[in-house]
Design a binder for this molecule. Structure first.
Ligand code: GDP
Length: 464
């Protein structure tokens, strides 16, 4: 894998551009210390500075056609290989946060022989130097992008190696089983005690069960990473926009710079039980008359199609209307638990009882008086988690690549189990066990294909 590592020294801004009073520029590669030292003036040279100590000084360089000038007053830390984030010599320069200064520093180091880093290149080097396995490297990206506490915890667990450990345990069991079978193949003429079919069947059952438990966490993991869409559905005047406002105005609205999440687009991004959730208000279902209204209803249908969870809102203070009944008929039975019936305006005298709906769990709330919102959030979390918690402990699969690899491993284990049950010989079973091991290996590493690595690290931001 070493051939994937260039000898280049790379440089990048490691903090968001223009974000604050200070910024950090990172330089990594075999010549990093020498390269920065050539532009640094301080009490002593960086080449003599012990690892992980901070030095104060100035960066000087030629800018444009002028003579050498001081660019900035800086603090510098040298992390010597292999004890650095990348596993190479790494220099971190803390400078003033002006975009102009940062640009001049990047230009200075590029003029001295570094090149600008690609997205994720620091982490990619950490992986290639064996500082992190692939699952951990991918967790760095998720950690940086985590928008809620639950998402942060899931990425941190993966970065700490919890997923990797689970994979390693499963891998060990598969390898042990295979070793016994291979022994049997090699010594089939001799009188070696043969392997125990029942024991192997049990092992395969357990490994398959663990893989399935991990796979089930993926839906939850996807919601943690990409967020979920919750659509408010109901006829006009039941209180959909009031409910959207109530959810967004609580202290759990997620501040986002993404376009389309401002309030006037009729959606809001909120933290519901640790999931980043986009709540979408839809055009009310009235009696469709005009063309504009019909178009609104078509849009609503499309939103419902895209939704992960639908909240079907009803007005508890007025008798149910034909339109409410139609929505209940169409949406509640067909979509299972992803539709949450909710009764609004419980601060007013009730015109009917939720039991009349016969729709299982019904959430009662008042958007105007902010009542019952916590129960509504709980119902949404239940719908998002599904049965994803069963048996997987703290590990949550958040990555589609991992999911695909584990799915292939699970299939191979299942095939091995079927061959075993049919009484096939060891050779057949070994083939599937080897395939399962290879698939598991792809989660934590064992990927040397340049294109795959490039696509993994391209998701990262620059400077990570
Ligand atoms: P939408 O057409 O479904 O978006 O409904 P709105 O949110 O515009 O609400 C319709 C009317 O119901 C407005 O006058 C709201 O003030 C009122 N409303 C909404 N929620 C409640 C509630 O919980 N209690 C009461 N008393 N009125 C509410």
């Amino acid at each position: 894998m070493a051939d994937l590592l260039g000898e280049d020294t790379i440089v990048a801004l490691a903090t968001p551009p223009g974000a604050g009073a200070i910024a950090m520029v990172r330089v990594s590669g075999p010549r990093a210390v020498q390269l920065v030292d050539g532009a640094f003036t301080g009490r002593r040279s960086l080449q003599e500075l012990p690892s992980h100590l901070m030095a104060h000084g100035w960066l000087r360089g030629v800018h444009g056609s002028s003579a050498e000038v001081t660019i900035d007053e800086v603090m510098v830390v040298v992390h010597r290989a292999p004890h650095s984030y990348t596993g190479e010599d790494l220099v971190e320069i803390t400078c003033h946060g002006s975009p102009l200064i940062v640009r001049q520093i990047l230009q200075l180091f590029c003029a001295r022989g570094a090149r600008l880093a690609e997205p994720g290149e620091f982490t990619r080097r950490a992986f290639l130097h064996g500082r992190l396995d692939l699952a951990q490297a991918e967790a760095v990206c998720d950690l940086v992008q985590a928008r809620t506490e639950r998402a942060r915890r899931a990425s941190m667990a993966q970065l700490e190696g919890q997923l990797s450990q689970r994979i390693a345990q499963l891998q060990e069991r598969l390898v042990d089983a295979r070793a016994l079978l291979e022994l049997d193949i090699d010594f089939s003429d001799e009188d070696v005690p043969s392997w125990d079919r029942q024991l192997l069947a049990r092992t395969l059952e357990e490994v398959g069960g663990e893989l399935r438990a991990l796979l089930r966490t993926f839906q939850q993991g996807r919601f943690l990473r990409e967020g979920a869409r919750v659509v408010l559905l109901g006829r006009t005047n039941v209180g959909k926009s009031s409910l959207l406002n109530a959810l967004v105005e609580s202290d759990r609205a997620i501040v986002s710079e993404l376009p389309g999440t401002t309030r006037d687009t009729l959606e809001g991004l909120v933290d519901i039980g640790g999931f980043p959730v986009t709540v979408v208000d839809t055009a009310g279902f009235g009696v469709a008359g005009s063309e504009i209204e019909k178009e609104g209803l078509r849009r609503t249908e499309r939103e419902v199609e895209k939704a992960d969870v639908v909240i079907l809102l009803l007005d508890g203070s007025e008798p149910l209307q034909a339109e409410d009944r139609r929505l209940l008929e169409v949406y509640v039975p067909g979509r299972g638990r992803t539709v949450i019936p909710a009764v609004n305006k419980i601060d007013l005298p009730r015109a009917w009882s939720p039991a009349e709906l016969g729709a299982g769990r019904v959430v009662e709330l008042s958007a105007k008086r902010r009542l019952g919102l916590e129960q509504l959030r709980e119902a949404v979390v239940q719908a998002l988690i599904g049965d994803g918690f069963a048996g997987a402990g703290d590990v949550v699969l958040t990555n589609a690549r991992h999911w695909e690899a584990l799915r292939q491993a699970e299939e191979a284990v299942r095939r091995a189990g079927a061959s075993l049950a049919q009484g096939l010989s060891a050779e057949f079973i070994v083939v599937d066990l080897r395939e399962a091991s290879e698939a598991l290996g792809r989660v934590v590493g064992g990927v040397s294909d340049e294109d795959i690595l490039a696509s993994i690290f391209a998701r990262f931001c620059i400077g990570k």
